[in-house]
Structures are given as C-alpha cells and as structure tokens.
Design a protein around this ligand. Structure first.
Ligand SMILES: Cc1cc2nc3c(=O)[nH]c(=O)nc-3n(C[C@H](O)[C@H](O)[C@H](O)COP(=O)(O)OP(=O)(O)OC[C@H]3O[C@@H](n4cnc5c(N)ncnc54)[C@H](O)[C@@H]3O)c2cc1C
Length: 461
C-alpha cells in the first residue's frame, strides 16, 4: 500500500498540537495530526484555564504593570536556575506575539488573576473548551490539514538519510505508516496517567491523585527516547496541591484558598509550610504529612474573596457541592474535620499574632502568593475547612529540546526531523512551576516547532 506523505506530522491534538497545526495553515503545507483518543483536547481541555503572558491589554486595563523581562525573571527564579535559560528566553521573546496571535485567531481571554509563581497578576483566563474548539475549527477547515482520531502513534522511524520521517500508527486494529517530509512534531502531552513512568521516575508521588488527560501516558517521551533523545527535569517532578480528594472523578474540584489567605494544616492541626510558595512545592510537603491528610482553613472575610466561575477561586461553588465543612466556631470546625480542638485554636492564634506583627515566625510567609498580596488574619466566623490533597495533573519533565523546539540528543545535538512541544518537553520549568506557563509554552513552542521544521534549519553532526 502506498504511504501517505505530508510536510509535517503532529502527534497529539492538545494545545501544542493544535497551535502547531494552525501555524502550519499559513504556510500552505500538508499537515497530518494523529490523535489517539476519540476526541481532541487532551489535558488542555481539562486545564484550570490560565495562560501566562505579560504586558497585555487586559493587564493594562486592570492597571497592572508588567513586562517580558519580569516574566522571564519570575520563571527563572521559580525554576531555581535549573531551567534552560534559552527556552525561558524564547518564551519571553514570543509570548506577546503568541498572545496577539491567539486573540486574532478568536481565542477569548476573559480576565487576569494573581496565580502561583508570579510577582504580578498574570494568569490570563481562557475557557479551554472555547479555545480548543476554535483552534480545531481553524485547522480542520483548511484543506491542507488532515485530522485522524483514534490514531495511536506507536513508533517513529528514520529514513535512509537518518532523518526521522516515518510515523507508525494504529487505528481500528490496523497498522499504518505516514511519511513526514519536513518534520515530526511530538505534541502528545505528559505522563500523569502512566503508573509505569511515574513509578519509575517519581515514586515519591505514589499518594497523589492521577488526573491528567486519558491519553497522557508518556508515549511521546518513549517515541523520542527510542530516537536517541535526552531527557530533562525528572528529578523535579512534583504534584499540585489544592484538589479535593474527589478530583480523580469526573469533576476536577480545586480550590486555592491559601492564595487568598487561608492557612494549611495537617491532621494534628499544625501548619507545616509557607502557604505563599508554589503549589507544587506545597504538594511535596503535603505528601509528607501524617497519613497525607491536610486541610485549608479560613474565615468568612476570606470566603468573601470567592470568584464566581473561576476554576481555582470559586470557593462558594465548592461549598455548594458539599466539599467544604463550615462552623460558627473553631472548636466546632475542629470536631467536624476531626482535628484536635486545642491545636487548631493555638495554630490560628499564633498565626494571627504573627500576621498582626507582620512576621510569620515559623514558616516565613509574608505575602499571599509569590511576592504578592497582604496577609490576613483568620478571625471572624463562620470558619471553613476543606480537605485538600495533591494531584499529579501534569508532568513538567521530558524530552530535551532547544529554543527552536528541535529534539536534542545527549550531546546537545538536534535529532534530524524531530521536534517536540508542550507538556512532553522537559528543561523549561526546572525545579519549579508557575501557573499558566504550561498552556503558554504549549502554544508558543507548538508554533515555533512548525516554523523551525519548515525553515529546514540544517542539523550539524
Ligand atoms: C486539571 C488540570 C488543570 C490545569 N491547569 C492549568 C492551568 O491553569 N494553566 C496551565 O498552563 N496548565 C494547566 N494544566 C496543565 C496543562 O493543561 C497541560 O500541561 C497542557 O494543556 C499540555 O498541553 P499539550 O498540548 O502539551 O498536551 P495535551 O493537551 O495533553 O494534548 C496531548 C494530546 O496527545 C494525545 N496523545 C498522547 N499520546 C498519543 C499517541 N501515542 N498518539 C496520538 N496522540 C497521542 C493525547 O490523547 C492528547 O490529546 C492543567 C492540567 C490539568 C489536568
């Protein structure tokens, strides 16, 4: 049977794959997107909806002063210098242009919020379904683009010139091979659903919920590995704190009340962490607590900060869903959530004294989120408590790439014909993660991968 030939073949139809496909449409080239699930969207569709961009019209309307430089510095600081500077700088270089490109292509941005890891409010809110459907529609309506669903990419092969070009996939029980003349782009997401890879690379996350997209089994990492790719950032794998234990079901209930002023306690009603740090780092500490049980605790003034319709801050909705306990006194709340009453009172009292003095003596908390927001006491009932746990929703580790999205071998040389973008990639976040940078990097590097593949930048050996 004759093999179909395309300029570009994209593995996976999430944010990275779809942005790559739409980018390719402006180049009049033939594109094939293979998606293994029976619907597009992957984790991008499930996401909390924040994208990290700086110095945008929405920020300016809100009076928020920001710049690419501050964004890049925040990313390097959260990554503790372990992230690849060239990748972070490429994000900075292309972030404004990609924001505008998304807007021009009909992706709607609604608001901006203060989110983890940013020194200014920079979480630009999309509706994932709207964004994914819009990008899909733009790509699919182009006659040069072919989508095949239920197409599970199994292996890649090099041609006689050593260029990665054959893509072997399985659909409806049959094997197919398609040829990519200019490049294969791995955009198949992370491995948050793969017990095998998580057990191999992050055994410390055994107690975390697994909640990424169903197709996120790390296939892209294995595909690239077989072609000789280097891997990055596995030692930094962390879960995300802030989920209700029921979040491994269909509803991904998440509430980051601690970024609005709540404290976090363990089952002994003791604090154990500076609540303003990255929710990834909080996740590591939370998994170390007795029986892995923790609660967020707050009062009515903080409850009033609930943001209707927000994926992370709609606390009233979580209350309506019955996921939050509440009581008029701290003693009653302690009984409801089964923690020692005396300890809870003492913890809150100590915290309030510290907040009033402006110094958290035990954990050094001085802001609500990373360098942003004034601390609040927890003083006026009703009081609230939400049992909260850690989820493995995204794996920010994987294939090594350069700033052109070319997959690199262990000697830092590009592998001819192979590109990667989105969550399948490692090296970008380093030791820490800031909210919104994963969807952001998926969009930015998905587009870069196409441009590089079509520019045919020579690969030197
Ligand atoms: C609950 C939740 C909340 C989140 N919140 C945020 C947030 O607010 N901001 C943020 O920046 N990030 C967030 N993230 C992370 C972010 O959503 C992902 O990192 C990002 O969407 C990844 O995009 P992607 O295109 O790389 O992968 P995905 O969107 O996962 O797409 C990958 C696609 O590839 C397909 N695929 C996999 N293997 C194969 C194969 N062998 N053959 C063919 N297709 C394959 C998958 O089925 C999937 O459709 C969140 C994630 C979750 C789960």
């Amino acid at each position: 049977m004759a093999m179909e030939s395309y300029n570009i073949i994209i593995v996976g139809a999430g944010m990275a794959g779809l942005c790559a496909a739409v980018e390719a449409t402006s180049n009049n080239v033939r594109v094939l997107i293979l998606e293994k699930e029976n619907e597009i969207g992957g984790s991008s569709l499930l996401s909390g909806r924040y994208m990290a961009f700086a110095d945008t019209d929405i920020q300016r309307q809100e009076g928020i002063r920001d710049s690419t430089e501050i964004l890049v510095n925040d990313m390097l600081s959260i990554g503790e210098g372990s992230n690849e500077r060239a990748l972070v700088e490429a994000y900075g270089k292309h972030q404004q242009e990609t924001y505008q490109w998304l807007v021009q292509n009909g992706v709607q941005f609604h608001a901006v919020q203060a989110v983890s890891g940013h020194s200014v409010p920079r979480g630009h809110q999309i509706t994932p379904k709207q964004a994914i459907e819009r990008l899909f529609m733009l790509a699919e309506s182009n006659s040069n683009v072919t989508f095949i669903l239920n197409a599970d990419v199994k292996r890649l092969r090099k041609n006689k010139d050593g260029k990665v070009s054959e893509v072997l996939y399985r659909k409806d029980g049959k094997e197919f091979t398609a040829i990519a003349e200019d490049g294969v782009i791995i955009a198949s997401g992370g491995f948050s659903r793969s017990e095998t890879l998580l057990n191999a690379f992050a055994p410390q996350l055994k107690g975390a919920l697994r909640i990424g997209g169903n197709g996120n089994l790390g296939d892209g990492i294995k595909l690239a590995w077989e072609q000789g790719a280097w891997m990055r950032d596995f030692p930094f794998l962390k879960g995300t704190y802030g989920f209700h234990p029921s979040a491994d079901g269909p509803r991904k209930s998440q509430g980051l009340v601690f970024y609005k002023g709540a404290i976090i306690i363990n089952e002994e009603a003791k604090r154990f962490v500076n609540e303003s740090i990255s929710y990834k780092s909080i996740g590591t500490k939370a998994l170390e607590q007795p029986n892995g049980i923790t609660y967020q605790i707050w009062d009515q003034a903080i409850m009033n900060e609930s943001v209707h319709g927000d994926a992370l801050y709609d606390f009233k909705k979580l209350l309506d869903l019955g996921l939050i306990e509440h009581a008029n006194s701290l003693n009653e709340l302690a009984r409801k959530i089964n923690v020692p009453e005396n300890n809870l009172n003492e913890t809150i009292q100590t915290y309030n004294i510290d907040v009033n003095k402006g110094l958290d003596r035990h954990f050094g908390r001085s802001t609500l989120t990373h360098n942003f927001g004034k601390l609040k006491t927890i003083s006026e009932g009703p009081f609230y408590g939400m049992r909260t746990t850690v989820a493995m929703l995204a794996t920010y580790a994987g294939i090594a790439v350069d700033e052109h999205a070319r997959v690199l071998n262990p000697y830092h040389e590009p592998i001819n014909g192979l590109y990667a973008a989105g969550e399948s990639v490692g090296g970008f976040h380093g030791a820490g993660y800031m909210t919104g940078s994963s969807l952001g990097k998926a969009a930015i590097f998905g587009r870069i991968a196409v441009r590089t593949a079509l520019a045919n930048i020579p690969v030197t050996k």
